[in-house]
Every structure is written in C-alpha cells, then in structure tokens.
Design a protein around this ligand. Structure first.
Ligand code: GUN
Ligand code: ZN
Length: 429
C-alpha cells in the first residue's frame, strides 16, 4: 500500500560544500514523497506522483516542507535531565553535573525512563536518528536500543568506557570495557535498526590499556563505528599531553591505541593541529560539530572549512549542548561560522543536519529524500510562530522561506515526524 505525502520538498543532488549551495538541491513547491513498507519509493512533483500512483492514500501537508528526518550525530542521552546546568566548563561540568547523573544508570528503571523521555523529545523536534553515548552500565545500552526499537528508529549507541579519572561507581577496567562492549555488540549490532558503536569517552578517562582493549575490539569488528571526543577544550588538550607524554598530539593517542580509522567519529575536534587535520583527512575519519555545546560550555569555534576535506556531521551534544533541536543547532552552526567570518548557506545547514550527519555515521539509507531511503522524515511548518510567519511572508525563494525557521524555529515548527513511514508526533497516542 503506497502513501503519498504532499508538501514542499527539498532533495539534495549534491554536497552543498562542494557545489554552489543553492544549486545542490531540487525544490518542488508542490512536491510529493511516495512511501511503501517504510521506505521512500518515489519522489517528484505532486502531479507526477499522483499520476504514477493513482491508488495511493494521500496525506497533504499543504505548504509545509518535507525533508529527511534530522540525524543528530553526537548525543549523550543519559544527560537529558541535566541539560542547561549552570556555570561550568568541561572538566568541572563533567564532575559536577554529568558523572553524578550518569552514576544512576545502573538502575534499569531509571535508564529506561530517561531513554524513552529522550527519544520522545527528539522525535518532537524532528530528529529520527541519533548516535548516543550511554554510560558505563550495560543496562543503559539496553535501555536506549529497546526504546529505539519500540519506536522503529535507527539508533547508534555504545557503552561509554572509563577506567580512570572518574568516580568509583563510574569506572570499569580494560578487560570489562572490552568484554561488556563485545557482549553488547553481539547482542545489538545489526538487530533491527540498531548499530553498536565502540565508545571510549575520551583519552583522559581511559588508561592506555583500556584504549588498546577497545582498539583490539574494533579491529575484530571493523564494520562498527568508533566514537569518542577530540580536542574540545584547551585545558583538556593540555591534560591529555600530561597523561600521554609520548604522544605527538591528542589524535596520536587514539591512533597509537588502534582508535583511528575511516569509521572513527570524533566529537568536537575544535582545536586541531595541522598534523591532526592532515591525518584525519588522510584516513577519512569523521568529525562532528556540536555548536550549542561549544558555545554553552565555552569550548571554541569549530572550523567548518574542514567539511571540504572530510566528513563532518552536526549534533546537539545533549546535555553539554543546550537544546534537543537540530533547528536550534543549525542556527548555532550559522552563528559560530559567522564568528569565524563565513556565512553558511541554508542548504549547507540543512544538508549537515541530514545527509552530512548520515554520511558521518556511514548510514546507507537515511538522511536523503530519494527512492530506496527509509521514510524517516520531518515536516516543517515554515510559519510556525508570528515572528517566523511575518518574515517568511517576505521570502523570495525557498532558502529565504526556510531560513527564519532555522534561525527562530523550535519544536512548534515540526508539524510531523515520520519514522519508517509512521507518524510519530501527531499520530501517536
Ligand atoms: N568530553 C568527555 N565527555 C564529555 C561529555 O559528556 N560531554 C562533552 N561535551 N564533552 C565530553
Ligand atoms: Zn559529547
């Protein structure tokens, strides 16, 4: 049974960092997406698709804009309840707010409650996939994959390993990190839409032995992603230098322990040395820009010019980041780029939040509005508040029409979120 979703559509045909951004996408003011068995089977104008699919059920979203669902490439779902915590920079913020909350995730009931709350919040914001850090506890991994499975969502996640510089109740060992991660990987990777991600929190909270144990596990499972943090704050980088005196730089710590490769995904990566940039590009690793986090915890300004050299995704970094919304995150990416002297085009922002993040995660069938992709979609009301509506009324083209929603929009702009063709916002009880 085919369903036709009607509305405005934007489908990227090219990377807007590699081509003139305004030409990178096809816009249909009266477009349509055909969905069958959870996948997109056809796209084009509403007239063409109605003619090609005369029997289809039609859902008309009017002037709303249908896009691929947002892909949030770096989040910490266990930090949901401590988002917007005041007054600290990274290391103090971890010790004061993050670690006490993460310590609670050994309780499976707490883990389940937060995992469900988190996924419902992101769906309300138009996000259909995330890559999440969990906590040290295997229960926290089960909780997010169970909650994702119940919603039909493609989620990437992994146990966040730490065996030093963390409280007693949040430390494992090199052996446990390996064995727990291996067991969770065997349990979840490739089950339904779940993907296991080998996850070292960051170099300061792992001994060299633990990093090596995770590197060895990754070598056994090269189809998995490996996620960690890289060069977020300058005092963190100095600390890494003290802890690993033989390393050439921060990235070298990961490389020396088998944690560098084309399926590596490094959050933040703000203060990179030229050698690190060259090496990341050479290897084909991915970086994830987390702009609301970088301004909120005072980390610095990511260099978006790197997206010409390697995969770059976009992310909220909940709860170091200050929002669950990828609209707000695109606005922050715009502002951060402005502070570096570059104006990101709306096409670039939308691409980062969809296909760019999907590419960073090596996801084959999400992030694109084209046949064969999963029908994970967001439908944006481009006039969701009086302030946005009055600006949108002056728009001369689709980019001017969508930019006010990127800059000022929130979950009120999300008219619907579809996961595998199922409406998850208005359609759910
Ligand atoms: N570096 C290590 N752990 C974290 C975390 O939980 N959040 C952020 N923003 N940076 C980190
Ligand atoms: Zn993070």
């Amino acid at each position: 049974m085919t369903t036709l979703l009607l509305g405005q559509t934007l489908a990227f045909a090219a990377d807007p960092f590699a081509t003139p951004p305004a030409d990178a996408a096809r816009h249909d003011a009266r477009g349509a997406v055909a969905v069958d068995a959870g996948r997109i089977t056809d796209t084009g104008t509403a007239d063409d698709l109605r003619a090609r699919h005369p029997q289809a059920q039609v859902i008309d979203h009017g002037d709303a804009l249908i896009l691929p669902g947002f892909v949030d490439a770096h989040v910490h779902y266990p930090q949901t309840a401590i988002i917007a915590s005041w007054g600290k920079r990274l290391i103090d913020w971890l010790n004061t707010y993050t670690f006490p909350e993460e310590a609670r995730f050994g309780d499976p009931d707490h883990a389940r409650e937060i995992a469900e709350r988190y996924l419902d919040l992101v769906l309300a914001n138009g996000t259909t996939s995330v890559s999440s850090y969990c906590t040290i506890h295997p229960e926290s991994v089960d909780a997010i994959f169970d909650a994702a499975d119940a919603r039909g969502m493609a989620v990437w996640a992994g146990k966040t390993c730490m065996d030093r510089n963390a409280p007693d109740d949040l430390r494992d060992t090199a052996q446990l990190a390996h064995d727990d991660s291996a067991a969770l990987l065997a349990k979840w990777h490739g089950k339904g839409r779940a993907s296991y991600v080998i996850t070292a929190r960051f170099a300061p909270t792992s001994t060299p032995e633990q990093l090596s144990a995770l590197g060895a596990l990754w070598a056994e499972h090269p189809d998995c992603l490996m996620q960690t943090h890289l060069s977020e704050q300058t005092d963190e980088i100095a600390w890494v230098g003290d802890l690993f005196p033989d390393a050439r730089d921060y990235l070298d710590v990961y490389e020396a322990h088998g944690l560098l490769g084309d399926r590596a995904v490094y959050g933040h990566s703000i203060h990179l040395e030229p050698r690190e940039r060259d090496r990341l590009a050479e290897v084909g690793a991915a970086l994830v820009h987390c702009p609301t986090s970088n301004t909120f915890i005072g980390s610095g300004l990511f260099d978006m010019g790197l997206s010409g050299l390697m995969r770059v995704g976009l992310a909220t970094d909940t709860g170091g980041g200050s929002s669950f919304s990828m609209l707000r995150t695109m606005a922050a990416a715009y502002e951060v780029a402005q502070l570096r002297g570059t104006a990101l085009h709306p096409a670039q922002l939308l691409w980062l939040a969809t296909e760019g993040s999907a590419r960073a995660l090596h996801a084959g069938d999400i992030g694109r509005l084209g046949p064969g992709n999963m029908a994970d979609l967001v439908v944006l009301d481009l006039a969701s508040t009086p302030a946005i509506a009055q600006r949108n009324a002056r728009a001369g083209d689709i980019w001017e029409a969508v930019f006010p929603t990127i800059v000022m929009g929130d979950d009120r702009a999300v008219a619907e979120t579809y996961v595998a063709g199922r409406p998850m916002k208005t359609g759910r009880p």
